[in-house]
Ligand binder design. Structure first.
Ligand code: HEC
Ligand code: HEC
Ligand code: HEC
Ligand code: HEC
Ligand code: HEC
Ligand code: HEC
Ligand code: HEC
Ligand code: HEC
Ligand code: HEC
Ligand code: HEC
Length: 361
């Protein structure tokens, strides 16, 4: 696993060797310079030799003021070849927590990111100075990919990509880098997390408009229980080998071959008998007496997709029957009216038709 720090250290090796060489030459040529003299703890003096520590745009607070707020002299002459002149006040995260006291409390959250738990702050942060705000080695997503290089390996082949997850602040729009009360280090519960952005219409690059999901949910009387805690039971937040980031099969559009694999997304939670049984008096309420009207509508070569009647997010009709469905560019009305024994539809597909389950059980 190549990490940000590995890279940094490698680079450092090179520059430091050159630096030492220059230093050595300087010592020989300018005997008066106190290069091998005792360092008196004057921080300006440190920087004269250790320019690299203050080289980048953004200085870590204490770097700007006092090297010795972290490095303590052990009294030995500095620098001396192969003699260590300084010790850190504390090891690993404890050094950081000695000033960033509130960050220590993050360790008490339910989910703590592994490198944070291990005290490996400097796997992600530069301790002296950095070209990025928050002193990170690289911005997200690159920072995350240093360790999560596999996570993303199928993205090239994906059918849909949530480009929002890779743009702007990318990963940290949804994940906390240190710790979180939510699983998978999420910044919010998975549903709210999505609605933080899907609370408006979004225009995609190709000009297509994505509906305002939050508005639709708040304006609907019935919400699909599948959404109650999470959107990710159906959508992958990063990318997917299917359309619309779906986690399992579901065709897009009105028609699809009526075999259960095609609707695997729904049948991950619902019983396939609602589709497969031609006759039933219990597996579905959508029936004329014991004739299964799901079977009738869906189970054929050119069957109707579930989404040609149901709005999978929410609806004002019971049973998530949509008000309208997209038929090409047409918002085709369904005009569903429920009654205690069945219901009536009058759609672009057919004139008014009613079904009745017979005596209520
Ligand atoms: C005259 C130049 C010079 C000055 C001044 C100097 N250093 Fe160094 N420092 C070096 C060199 C050269 C090395 C590498 C020594 C080696 O490879 O063993 C080094 C190594 C270090 C190291 C890593 C090894 C160790 O000894 O712990 C630390 C930490 C360090 N310096 C901190 C400081 C601090 C803090 C100051 C100011 C109080 C300071 N240095 C002042 C030249 C200097
Ligand atoms: C916030 C605490 C902190 C401050 C302030 C700080 N350092 Fe460091 N320094 C560290 C830590 C931690 C390491 C070990 C880095 C690692 O393991 O990646 C380190 C390593 C070093 C090293 C050896 C390796 C390297 O990265 O170059 C030198 C030299 C050094 N510091 C010099 C300085 C000088 C000079 C200053 C002041 C300009 C300074 N440090 C200020 C925490 C600090
Ligand atoms: C001696 C006290 C001290 C120590 C030790 C210390 N810091 Fe800081 N740190 C500060 C101060 C002061 C600031 C600047 C104040 C601020 O921005 O809140 C700061 C700011 C930061 C920032 C935010 C920078 C930004 O761009 O907003 C990060 C990240 C950070 N420190 C990480 C670390 C890490 C990682 C360690 C341990 C290797 C560490 N600090 C150790 C005092 C310290
Ligand atoms: C996996 C990478 C990673 C690790 C490990 C990590 N951080 Fe951070 N840290 C970040 C990122 C990214 C940010 C920027 C915050 C954001 O985007 O939400 C940050 C922000 C910070 C800040 C500034 C935040 C603020 O609100 O001012 C401090 C301080 C900090 N980290 C300290 C630490 C300390 C201490 C540790 C070790 C216990 C640590 N970090 C470990 C990635 C990391
Ligand atoms: C220094 C290496 C490192 C970096 C950098 C890093 N991670 Fe991680 N991350 C890990 C490790 C190790 C695990 C634990 C993996 C495991 O247990 O299988 C992990 C786990 C996770 C998890 C899953 C947590 C869970 O509860 O299952 C998420 C989400 C995550 N990281 C997001 C991020 C994000 C976002 C970034 C960039 C801000 C990032 N990571 C940067 C090492 C890293
Ligand atoms: C739009 C929000 C969002 C963004 C942006 C995002 N993620 Fe996630 N990520 C999630 C959610 C939600 C989950 C949990 C999925 C679940 O419930 O199974 C997750 C899970 C993960 C996991 C754990 C995977 C597992 O199978 O346990 C990792 C690792 C991860 N994300 C890394 C990243 C990285 C790296 C980035 C940036 C390239 C990123 N995420 C961007 C929302 C997001
Ligand atoms: C940071 C803002 C942001 C967050 C958070 C966010 N989205 Fe998105 N989402 C977008 C944007 C912008 C688009 C349109 C461009 C694109 O595909 O990324 C989009 C597109 C989509 C699409 C349509 C993809 C397509 O192929 O047309 C789906 C589905 C989606 N998001 C689901 C989710 C889910 C589920 C979550 C929560 C895990 C979520 N989004 C969180 C901004 C966001
Ligand atoms: C039960 C599965 C399921 C759940 C849970 C779910 N979705 Fe969807 N979502 C779908 C399906 C299926 C489609 C495609 C609808 C269609 O083709 O008519 C879709 C479409 C979308 C789209 C694209 C809409 C457009 O106008 O192009 C977005 C954005 C979206 N969902 C976001 C979300 C968000 C946010 C959540 C959580 C609040 C969520 N979804 C929960 C199944 C689900
Ligand atoms: C993550 C699980 C899950 C997935 C995936 C899922 N559902 Fe559901 N669905 C539920 C739950 C839970 C209920 C509530 C059942 C109940 O109350 O008896 C429900 C109820 C329904 C209802 C009846 C609503 C009502 O008011 O009784 C319909 C219609 C429905 N789902 C259609 C679908 C369709 C179409 C799909 C595929 C796009 C789908 N579901 C995918 C979990 C899921
Ligand atoms: C032609 C329109 C239509 C299609 C296509 C359709 N449904 Fe339905 N579905 C209904 C109606 C109408 C009801 C309400 C029956 C009632 O309660 O009167 C219903 C009810 C349901 C229910 C509630 C339980 C039940 O069966 O009564 C679920 C779950 C469901 N449908 C899932 C699906 C799935 C999954 C698909 C795709 C495989 C699908 N539906 C396709 C019209 C349709």
């Amino acid at each position: 696993m190549e990490t940000a720090k590995n890279k940094q250290t490698k680079n450092f090796g090179l520059t430091f060797n050159k630096f030492s060489l220059i230093l050595l030459i300087a010592c020989v040529l300018i005997p008066n310079m106190a290069v091998f003299g005792q360092s008196d703890g004057n921080d300006n003096a440190c920087v004269e030799c250790h320019k690299r520590t203050v080289q980048k745009d953004i200085l870590h607070g204490p770097t700007a003021t006092s090297c010795t707020s972290c490095h303590e002299s052990n009294g030995k002459k500095h620098p001396l070849a192969d003699v260590v002149g300084f010790t850190l006040f504390a090891e690993g995260a404890e050094l950081c927590y000695s000033c960033h006291t509130v960050f220590k409390e993050e360790q008490n959250l339910k989910f703590v990111h592994k490198p944070v738990k291990n005290g490996e702050c400097s796997e992600c942060h530069e301790v002296h100075s950095s070209n990025n705000k928050n002193l990170v080695f690289a911005k997200s997503p690159e920072l995350c990919f240093f360790c999560h290089s596999n996570f993303d390996k199928d993205r090239e082949k994906a059918k849909s990509i949530h480009t929002a997850s890779y743009a702007g602040d990318a990963c940290t729009q949804c994940h906390k880098p240190h710790a979180s009360a939510e699983k998978k280090l999420l910044a919010d519960n998975s549903k709210q997390l999505c609605l933080n952005c899907h609370n408006k219409k979004i225009e995609k690059k190709d000009g297509a408009i994505i509906a305002n999901i939050e508005k639709h949910l708040t304006e609907s009387s019935y919400m699909h229980k599948a959404l109650s805690s999470s959107c990710t039971s159906c959508h992958n937040p990063h990318y997917s080998s299917r359309n619309l980031l779906l986690t399992d099969n579901l065709p897009i559009g009105i028609y699809a071959k009526g075999v259960e694999e095609n609707f695997a997304l729904c049948f991950g939670c619902h019983d396939t008998d609602l589709l497969n049984l031609e006759k039933t008096d219990s597996y579905t309420q959508f029936r004329e007496a014991d004739q299964n009207l799901h079977f009738l509508h869906v189970n054929k070569e050119k069957g109707r997709n579930c989404t040609s009647c149901h709005d999978v997010h929410a609806a004002n009709n019971t049973k998530l029957i949509a008000k309208t469905v997209k038929f090409g560019r047409w918002d085709m009305p369904l005009n569903f009216i429920e009654n205690e024994n069945g219901g009536t539809c009058a759609t672009g597909c057919h004139k008014e038709r009613s079904y009745s389950r017979g005596a209520v059980k």
